[in-house]
Design a protein around this ligand. Structure first.
Ligand SMILES: *[C@@H]1O[C@H](CO)[C@@H](O)[C@H](O)[C@H]1NC(C)=O
Ligand SMILES: *[C@@H]1O[C@H](CO)[C@@H](O)[C@H](O)[C@H]1NC(C)=O
Ligand SMILES: *[C@@H]1O[C@H](CO)[C@@H](O)[C@H](O)[C@H]1NC(C)=O
Length: 387
């Protein structure tokens, strides 16, 4: 029961608090990995989703943000602090920016397996596809190098996808959008070359919640899934602010919040231990790059992840759950212990999830010095089960 209750509990703490300074495409462009043949897609989807409504007045300044943070941080927040009503069904059209790449060098027919990657809160697709030292930090690069195809996209509300209000964007939309994009992929509508024979759902943090919840609802959606972490936010160490007050170039409205600066981002996503001489030093240029690609997260979205149904007992495929060993947001700094409690077996009761902790890494595993090791584990998992 541990992780299940933990997921629910941590889900309840999901806070709106991510992002950063010069986060624009001028400084950190969206690039195609050089080892892939890539096509960009603008995907327009009409969806009916069960949506919550934001019932508080819109925030006007960062003191309003502080008041919401107080309510959300309470241990009894789920019962006592719910700034939403509903749900009700709503039908709307959404536009998502996505990129599909097939490998330049094909190997063993692996190109018909597509890694569908959903980034977490605080980033966009560049989390999976960084232009900075891609041979070291890009999982897209790694997967293509191994012969797989990849599909990355910006979640609704961030990056190059449609920027809907932070008082509207929410989990139900992200989940149905992912499910719909995977169906399009299988139908060959958004893959530039080969027929797609297998989908591997890859998620980070909030993106793992989206992937997990989509599989819980549609157990046939994917063949396998390695969510890298199922995480949450430690409210007290996030300096959340209205995104526009951090960087006026953010196009999002006042319903989107960002990290106040690079330090809360470092604390929550990276790892170094000043008392342990064997722990890695902080790699500041890498953190600065990561800071440059951060994105805000919507207020309603943060609350909407609290009551998500993650129990995916009908899914029978292989599941791989990974975290940085020292991840604060996911595991209070000790993921080995959290996985030993075995709660992941309750969430994925129809299969036997495998777990892995990445040494010397925090929450932002792709930017850890050990990232290559994790990429090898993720791809090794796919090969073990499907080759
Ligand atoms: C979530 O569940 C709690 C009780 O567990 C309930 O009080 C709250 O209204 C729910 N929130 C939403 C957004 O449905
Ligand atoms: C939304 O529509 C679906 C499908 O018609 C229905 O099953 C569900 O109960 C509706 N939800 C609400 C909150 O009305
Ligand atoms: C993007 O960032 C650069 C460097 O921080 C800055 O000079 C430029 O004005 C920014 N662009 C926009 C559109 O804000």
């Amino acid at each position: 029961m541990a992780l299940l209750s933990r997921v629910v509990l941590l889900g309840a703490l999901l806070s709106p608090f991510v992002s950063a300074l010069p986060a624009n495409s001028t400084t950190s462009p969206y690039v195609h990995p050089a080892n892939g043949d890539c096509v960009d897609y603008t995907i327009v989807t009409k969806l009916t989703t069960e949506n919550l409504k934001w019932i508080l007045p819109k925030v006007e300044n960062n003191f309003d943000v502080a008041k919401i943070a107080m309510g959300m941080a309470r241990s009894d927040s789920a019962e006592k602090f719910n700034p939403t009503s509903g749900p009700t069904n709503e039908t709307k059209e959404y536009t998502i920016s996505a990129t599909y790449c097939s490998p330049k060098k094909e190997q063993k027919g692996r190109e018909s397996t597509v890694m569908v990657m959903t980034h977490g809160g605080g980033y966009d697709s560049r989390y999976w596809n960084p232009s900075y030292q891609p041979e070291k930090y890009s999982f897209s690069w790694y997967a293509l190098e191994q012969g797989y195809s990849i599909f990355v996209y910006d979640r609704l509300g961030v990056g190059r996808s449609q920027i809907v209000s932070g008082y509207e964007v929410q989990a139900s939309m992200q989940i149905e959008l992912l499910a719909s994009m995977i169906k399009n992929l299988r139908a060959g509508k958004t893959s530039n070359t080969k027929p797609v024979s297998r989908i591997i759902g890859v998620g980070h943090s909030l993106g793992s919640f989206v992937t997990n919840a989509a599989i819980a609802k549609y157990p046939d959606l994917v063949e396998g899934t390695p969510p890298t972490v199922v995480g949450a936010w430690l409210l007290t160490i996030f300096g959340s602010r209205i995104a526009k007050t951090v960087d006026p170039s953010f196009p999002q409205d006042s319903g989107y919040l960002a990290f106040s600066d690079i330090i809360p981002h470092t604390t929550t996503f990276f790892y170094s231990d000043p008392l342990d001489p064997s722990s890695p030093p902080l790699n500041i240029p890498t953190i600065e790059y990561a800071q440059g690609i951060t994105q805000p997260i919507g207020l309603l979205e943060s609350f909407s992840f609290r009551n998500l149904s993650l129990a995916a007992g009908e899914f029978k495929g292989p599941v791989f759950i990974l975290s940085g060993a020292e991840d604060l947001l996911n595991c209070d700094g000790d993921c080995e212990k959290v996985y030993a409690e075995g709660g992941q077996d309750q969430v994925w009761a129809g299969t036997k999830p495998e777990t892995y902790v990445l040494p010397n890494a925090g929450h932002g595993t792709v930017f850890a010095e050990t990232a290559q090791e994790m990429f090898g584990e993720m791809v090794g998992f796919v090969q073990r089960h499907f080759e």
